[in-house]
Structure formats: C-alpha cells, structure tokens
Design a binder for this molecule. Structure first.
Ligand code: BDP
Length: 333
C-alpha cells in the first residue's frame, strides 16, 4: 500500500527540480523554442552558405537554443523570386539574396547594381556598410524584409559560348540576366538580347542553345558548372552588386529587443566570415575553371563598355534621392 503514494511524490519532486533548473537556465530548453526556415540559392559549401550556417550557430548559442535556424541550401525552397515572395509572406524566415532581384521592388537597390559604379571591392563595401546600406535597408523594410548585414558577391563578368572581346561581338547574342528591368536595359545598351531567367535554368538553357551566355562572378560561374557549357569568360567586371542577409519582417516584429540585438550582431559577424571565405573562393574558382580549359579574355580597357551605360544611369539614377546617393558614393574616398 505504500508504493502508489510514493510515485506521485517522486514525480512532483522531479517536476519541481526540472522547473528550478529551467529557471536557472541549466540546460533545459524552454518549450517555446522557435524553428526558423532559411533560404539559400547556393550549395552549403559556397561562402554564402558558410556565412548563413555560422549565423544560425551563433544565434542558437546566444539564445540558448530558443531560436533554432535551419538553412535549406541549393534553392530547395524554390527559385529566387518565389523565395522573396515567401519571405514577404513570412513562410521563409531568413535568407541571403543578391540585391538585383529587388530592383523592381526597392528603388535604392538599383544604385548598387549600376554598372561600373564601384572602383573596387573596398569602395563597394564602404558604400554598402554606409549610406547605400542605410537607404536599401529602409526600402527593404517597406516591402517586409529586414536587412541585417551585407555579403560580398565580387565583380560580375560576361561568359559566353563564343568569344566576346568588344560590345560589337555581343551584338544580338542572347544573354541571360536576373529578373530586373535595370539588367534588361543594361544588356540592351551593350547591344545584346537580354533574356531574364531563374538562376537554376541557366545551365540547361546554355546547353540547349536557348541562350548564348550569361554573366556572373567567378564562384557562381564555377559552382554551377556553367563553365562546362559557356567556355569563354570576358572580364568586363561590369557590376559589383552586393548581397543581403535578411529576416522576414513578420518574424522580426515578434522578437524582443534583446533577441534583435543578438541577431544583428550574429549577422554582422557572419558577414565577416562570408567575406573572408568569398575572397578565398574567388581565387580558387578562377583557378578551377582555368584548369578545366576555359578561355579567359582579359578586358583591360573598359571604356568601350562603360561609355555605353549612360542611358542606364539616365533611367535608374534620375530620381533626386537616387542621384544624390550615386553622387555620395562616387565622392567616397
Ligand atoms: C549569384 C548570386 C545569386 C543570384 C545569381 C544569379 O549570389 O544570389 O541568384 O548570382 O545570377 O552571384 O541569379
């Protein structure tokens, strides 16, 4: 008769002890842990995936696992434009995006996409970590996306199935661009025939001859194996558009100030990791494609290319606010 009475008492003791440990924060995860879903277009070992995974690790550690983030790499949650929509709706919680797909939605992103605007990587970083980043973060917040930090994406150059040395060589060639009006106008101004396509369709489109080329940085050209089907890379370095690490506003609004600070710090630290990894990967990717027999066409004089860009500036940097931002960026030391 003593047994049945003992059990409830033991259970009560265990419950009280567990509650006490919980209050003291001794390793008992609170029931209300959040599971966040993250979108990444690239493979897990790409610098951006490395940055995002580091972000998730830091947030988990610093929130004692209250916020657990899982990144779905390699566009498992859909192509870019769908992912942006999902993030605005709050069904994707965090992501890394290139800024060009926002060109038609957030006007200031056009500024950092503009051709031949930045003198080098340091100039781009100073702009995006400064005035350009502030303007873009405001515009993105307006469409439901909270920018936390900025990732590098190097310089974008043309790659094609036939050699391209001058804009005249490009005339009439079908070149894939991201879904952005600025990119369509830019490619038209160079004399090409712009073809907007999702990133994931570029390989097969090159292979089947639907397009004659595309444009991207060394790591994307290499990691997607586009170099196997477009064997000529011309170093036009026409745009240095950076990328954002962002959180859905829906999630953000439900976070405490303390958690927001944790996320902001972790995002900034993750950008340091991504940028370091980016610099290494650019060199490695270039070496890999050269070893695989790609012909690199060095464009040393970019004037014939940049001189065609006036109509793009006239259209996308005409508005007073954006023109002032362009002037501010140009004046940066
Ligand atoms: C890569 C960007 C990625 C873009 C892709 C593209 O990192 O976000 O989706 O270019 O051209 O460099 O679509």
């Amino acid at each position: 008769m003593t047994e049945p009475r003992k059990r409830p008492r033991r259970a009560l003791f265990a419950a009280v002890a567990a509650a006490a440990l919980g209050v003291l924060g001794l390793g008992v995860a609170p029931a209300a842990a959040q599971e966040w879903r993250g979108w990444n277009i690239h493979a897990a070992d790409y610098p951006n995936g490395i940055g995002m995974d580091a972000f998730a690790r830091m947030v988990a550690e610093r929130t004692n696992n209250r916020i657990r983030m899982r990144t779905f790499h390699s566009a498992q949650l859909g192509q870019q434009d769908e992912a942006i929509q999902q993030m605005r709706l709050g069904t994707i919680d965090f992501a890394n995006f290139n800024l060009s797909p926002f060109n038609n939605l957030a006007p200031s992103t056009n500024v950092v996409t503009l051709p031949f605007l930045f003198r080098n990587v340091a100039h781009m970083q100073a702009a995006i970590d400064g005035p350009a980043g502030e303007a873009i973060a405001r515009d993105l917040e307006g469409i439901g996306i909270i920018a936390l930090s900025w990732y590098d994406a190097g310089a974008r150059s043309l790659y094609t199935t036939r050699p391209v040395r001058t804009p005249a060589d490009l005339r009439g060639m079908k070149i894939r661009v991201q879904t952005s009006d600025l990119w369509i106008d830019l490619m038209r101004a160079l004399g090409a025939n712009p073809t907007p396509l999702p990133f994931g369709e570029v390989f097969t489109s090159l292979q089947s001859g639907v397009i004659d080329g595309a444009e991207n940085n060394w790591p994307s050209y290499e990691s997607t194996r586009h170099f196997e089907v477009a064997r000529y890379y011309s170093t036009t370095e026409h745009s240095n558009v950076p990328e954002v690490l962002a959180v859905s506003r829906q999630r953000w609004q439900r976070l405490s100030e303390a958690d927001r600070a944790i996320l902001r710090d972790a995002a900034r630290e993750s950008a340091v990791i991504q940028r370091r990894s980016w610099a290494e990967r650019e060199t490695v990717s270039r070496q890999r494609v050269v070893a695989a027999g790609v012909t690199v066409i060095e464009i040393t004089d970019r004037t014939p290319w940049s001189s065609l860009m006036e109509p793009v500036y006239a259209k996308y940097a005409a508005d007073a606010r954006l023109a002032a931002l362009v002037a501010q960026i140009r004046a940066m030391p």
